[in-house]
Design a protein around this ligand. Sequence first.
Ligand code: G3I
Length: 377
Amino acid sequence: MRSGPILLLSLCCLSFRHVDDGTGVTRFAQTASVPSIQTDIPSLCTALASDFPLGAAIWPGALTGLHGELLKKHFNSITAENDMKWQHVEPVEGKFEFGPADELVSFAKANHMLVRGHTLVWDQQNPTWLFKDVQGRDMTPTPENKALLLQRLSRHIRAVVSHFGNDVYAWDVVNEPIDPSQPDGFRHSAWYRITGTDYIDTAFRVAHETAPTAKLYINEYATTNPRKRGLLLKLVRELKNRGVPLYGVGHQMHVNLDYPRASAITQTVHMFAAAGMDNQITELDVSVYQNDQQRYSSAPTALLARQGYRYRDLFRCFRKLKGSISAVTFWGLADDHTWLAHYPVDRPNWPLLFDAALQAKPAYWGVVNPRRLPRRK
Ligand code: G3I
């Protein structure tokens, strides 16, 4: 690997400590400064330019300094990891706070990047007022509460989608509506308990009325799971039959070194494409762990090499599907900031293409040029 000596040199200059960056996500921050990002390696999004746009989900700190440089060099699409979620943009009813999301959009425009909007309706990261009735009590499933909640939903989506207008080309309109452990297959969130599936139809219809050219997605995790996939496909077909303006399916793709197999991803994408859906990979990362008990204090070299081969296989699969997959987004920029440091338990994880010092990992070479992966032992 030609970058080996550079990588080693940069890591020698650094020691790492755990810090909280104020967003609740543990970072493995360097105590000495990183001199620069690597300028002598290919740009990821240029290498994949004929396949699909390549995105990263980011926190506000990723817009500046070396993180900003890395983002600009390698990605041509960005997503707010949290800053467009309901809790952040409408913490108080009718009072919208778009500051951090606007900064992200300005950065994207200044650097000719696309913006994927995430997310308009979810059962997490909502403000407490949202599910309170007019008396301030927790909503129960009554016709009045259903009408009130759908009205709040419509107002929220109109305000948020019109604020960003054409600056956001695609929206994850409804996030994670399927729960295969339920007999009816739907996530029994407050949304579902109070409105049934009407919240889904309303969200898509209002988003489409507000931004008719935006591409609208249902975003879901574990879409290769046969039961979950079947339930999602059934929902997609029902929505299409009802004339709901759904453009595609977002496959989150939080995966590990072995699961799911590339063949299952191919089969899944083909199934949704056959149902008339566009597909996007929306939250890609590759955990180095296979279960909740494993924990490494530093990244084992052999596992990072395996991860490189795993990324190679995933991108071979995505590229073969490029007619059916219109974008791929990573859930993060580099290993210094990842939700997997807290999920499913607190532990270090190294799921992305760049390490905590923002240097290219084997995972990067797996995507860009697999011939530069370390030899398998
Ligand atoms: O902002 C507060 C901060 O003020 C406070 O000090 C800190 C204390 O813990 O919490 C901070 O909020 C955290 C927030 O991330 C911002 O970093 C929340 O606790 C934390 O729960 C939240 O986690 C986010 C998670 O969604 C929420 O469930 C992750 O960052 C984000 O990566 C994750 O993203 C989701 C996608 O939206 C949907 N698909 C799954 C994916 C991973 O869970």
